[in-house]
Design a binder for this molecule. Structure first.
Ligand SMILES: [Mg+2]
Length: 349
C-alpha cells in the first residue's frame, strides 16, 4: 500500500528520468544520502528511468548486478547505458571483422566487445605476447599472459578505447603502430612521413573510437586524476609529433549526440514496457547529473530538462548552476530533491 500522502499514480503525461551515477547516486560504492529513497519512490510510481554513465570496463550485466546491490534497487541491464554500450550499434552493422580494444583490466573489455557481437577482438596483450620487442618495458605477468589469445590472420580494421588504458605506454605504442600500418596489418608500416616531411596522401590506416571524452575524474585522492580524454590527447600529440599530421577520431559518451540518441532509444523501449498506454515519443526526459560539461551540456543539446545536483563535481551556488555557458534548468541539493521536484511538477504528489 502506498503511504497516504501519495496520490495513486495519476500520470497522464509521459515523463522519465536519466540519472548519472557518480556524484549523483553513488560516491565510489557508497550511496549518496537520499539516492535509495529517490529510486524507491520512482519504482513505487512506476516512473521509467535509465542510468547513463561515462563509466565502463565491465559488461552491463556485471555492472547492474553491483549497482542493484549498492542501491538496494533492482536495476536491469535494459535500463543501463555506460560509455561503450552504444558501440553495440557498430557491432550490429558488421563493418569490422577484427578490432583492437584498449583499456580496462586484463581482458575484461575483450569480453564486453565479444558480447556486443564483434566477431574477433584483439587486445594489446595479444600483440605483446607474440613479440615482446613491441614494447620491451612491459613484461607480461602470468595472469596477463593467461588472458591472451593467438592473433587473427585478419588485419585490425578499427581501434576502440573502451576504458582507461592500464599501461599507457604499451597501448599508445600499439595504437600508433596500427594507425601507421598497411591496412591494419600488425608489424607493417605504410607511413614513413615525419613532421619535416609529412605525407599528405597518407590516411591513417584504421578509424579510432573513444568511449568517453573526460579529461579528468576524481577518486579519493585530493586532486583530479587523468581520464580517457587525457589518453586521447596523448595519442593525438604522438601522431602529430611522429607524422606532422592530424589524427582523426570519434568520441562517444556524454555529452555526445551519438550517446544521447542511443540513450533516448533505450529509455523509449523501457518506457513502452512499463507504460504501454502512454505515447513514448512525447516524453519529457529529466537528466539528473553533477557535471555541467557532460550531463548538463548533453541534456540541453538533446532538449532534455537538465537538473544539476550539488552532491558531486559541481560545488557552486544555484545561481552559478543556472548561468554560464552551460546553464542547468534546475539546480538542487541532491538526487532526492531532484526527484521530489519533478514528481510535484508532474502532479504525482
Ligand atoms: Mg557524475
Amino acid at each position: 500500500l502506498l503511504p497516504s500522502r501519495y496520490k495513486s499514480t495519476s500520470q497522464h503525461r509521459p515523463f522519465a528520468f536519466a540519472f548519472d551515477i557518480d556524484g549523483v547516486l553513488l560516491k565510489s560504492s557508497q550511496p549518496i544520502p537520499g539516492a535509495i529513497d529517490a529510486l524507491t519512490m520512482l519504482k513505487k510510481h512506476d516512473i521509467p528511468f535509465i542510468l547513463l554513465t561515462n563509466g565502463g570496463g565491465i559488461t552491463e550485466a556485471e555492472r547492474v548486478a553491483r549497482l542493484s546491490e549498492y542501491l538496494k534497487t533492482d536495476i536491469h541491464a535494459s535500463q543501463f547505458v555506460q560509455s561503450h554500450t552504444p558501440f553495440k550499434l557498430h557491432a550490429a552493422q558488421q563493418k569490422f571483422k577484427n578490432v583492437l580494444v584498449c583499456g580496462g583490466v586484463n581482458d575484461a573489455c575483450r569480453h564486453v566487445a565479444l558480447e556486443y557481437g564483434f566477431p574477433h577482438v584483439t587486445i594489446p596483450f595479444d600483440i605483446l605476447a607474440q613479440d615482446e620487442t613491441v614494447w620491451p618495458y612491459h613484461k607480461l605477468t602470468r595472469e596477463e599472459r593467461a588472458c591472451t589469445r593467438p592473433l587473427s590472420s585478419d588485419p585490425i580494421d578499427a581501434i576502440y578505447v573502451y576504458h582507461d588504458p592500464r599501461d599507457w605506454g604499451l597501448d599508445s605504442q600499439i595504437a600508433l603502430d596500427i594507425l601507421l600500418s598497411e591496412g591494419g596489418r600488425i608489424g607493417s608500416r605504410a607511413n614513413h612521413a615525419s613532421p619535416e616531411k609529412p605525407n599528405p596522401t597518407f590516411k591513417q590506416a584504421v578509424p579510432l573510437f573513444f568511449s568517453n571524452p573526460d579529461l579528468l575524474w576524481s577518486n579519493l585522492y585530493p586532486n583530479p586524476r587523468l581520464g580517457q580524454g587525457a589518453f586521447q590527447i596523448l595519442l593525438q600529440g604522438l601522431y602529430k609529433a611522429v607524422t606532422g599530421m592530424t589524427l582523426h577520431s570519434t568520441i562517444i559518451g556524454k555529452p555526445s549526440k551519438f550517446t544521447y540518441d542511443y540513450a533516448t532509444k533505450v529509455l523509449k523501449a523501457h518506457q513502452e514496457r512499463l507504460k504501454p498506454h502512454l505515447p513514448a515519443e512525447q516524453t519529457t526526459v529529466y537528466m539528473v547529473g553533477d557535471n555541467k560539461l557532460s550531463d548538463i551540456a548533453g541534456a540541453n543539446a538533446h532538449k532534455w530538462t537538465s537538473i544539476l545536483v550539488q552532491s558531486g563535481v559541481f560545488r557552486g551556488t544555484v545561481e552559478e548552476g543556472k548561468s554560464g555557458d552551460i546553464p542547468a534548468d534546475y539546480v538542487v541539493k541532491d538526487v532526492n530533491d531532484a526527484v521530489k521536484l519533478v514528481l510535484s511538477k508532474e502532479g504525482i504528489f
